[in-house]
Ligand binder design. Structure first.
Ligand code: ATP
Length: 244
């Protein structure tokens, strides 16, 4: 059984249908990149998987459980599926360690001692074991994003959704964040990532989904999607990336 099963998912905002019947199964341990032009529906798809947006039609199953729009189900879902955003959303008045502890204590009711031990382990895992007491404004953007990754990992999710997590970073800080993601992938974490980092998608991902106008337009292993694009839309998109 797939860890994430997306079937005929439709989503509209007002009159505009943004997702027009998405089918996508993500297996345990699989790393899936989602690429496509601005406005093609990539973020909306991730947000639907995490229950941040409600779907209008179709179904999403995570670990065999149907995504249902009520508070209890959504809370359970968000424990299974972590999400990391372009903006790091750390609390500025809390240290890195406290930021990582907080969600465990609030959402999971983890006792402080246990949450601290987990925070130290997860900060270590993203290479920031020495920054437990540092405040966000004492950290670079790349370090802040790694704290956000540690925070998501501390909830022990079954899968992580990454929405353009390097887009707000200065170019020289992108690689340190991607290196962490690469390690997570090597450790077997299931990942769905919306990304503009084509080289990374090619190197690290098992499958690449090209979205176009709310549909999965092409899907396949990176060597196929990047090496042998079948549709003019994907060829044009990849061409524009090369020029950019
Ligand atoms: N909350 C919302 N209300 C109304 N329209 C929305 C909302 N969220 C997204 N949209 C619209 O849905 C479409 C798809 O947006 P989405 O953010 O999913 O695209 P994307 O492929 O992730 O683009 P980008 O690469 O620019 O982030 C866009 O036209 C956007 O304006």
């Amino acid at each position: 059984m797939s860890l994430i099963a997306i079937t005929e998912v439709k989503k509209r905002f007002g009159d505009v249908e943004v997702l027009k019947g998405i089918n996508l199964d993500v297996e345990r341990g699989e790393v899936v990149a989602i690429i496509g032009k601005s406005g093609s529906g990539k973020s909306t798809l991730l947000r639907c998987v995490n229950g941040l947006e409600m779907i209008d039609d179709g179904s999403i199953m995570v670990a065999g459980a149907q995504l249902i729009n009520d508070d209890l189900h959504l809370k359970a879902l968000r424990l299974k599926v972590g999400m990391i955003f372009q903006q790091f959303n750390l609390f500025p008045h809390l240290s890195a360690g406290r930021n990582v502890m907080l969600s465990q204590m609030v959402v999971k009711k983890t006792p402080a001692g246990e949450a601290e031990a987990m925070a130290r382990r997860m900060l270590e895992r993203v290479g920031l074991g020495h920054k437990f007491d540092a405040y966000p404004d004492q950290l670079s953007g790349g370090q802040q994003q790694r704290v956000a990754i540690a925070r998501a990992l501390s909830m022990q999710p079954m899968a992580l959704l990454c929405d353009e997590i390097t887009s707000a970073l200065d170019p020289e800080l992108v690689n340190e964040v991607l290196a962490v993601v690469k390690e997570l992938a090597a450790d077997g974490m299931t990942l769905m990532m919306v990304t503009h980092e084509m080289r990374f998608a090619r190197e690290v991902c098992d499958r690449v989904v090209f979205m176009h106008q709310g549909r999965v337009h092409e899907i396949g292993p990176p060597e196929e999607v990047f090496g042998n694009p079948r549709t003019p839309e994907l060829r044009q998109f990849l061409g524009a990336q090369l020029v950019a």
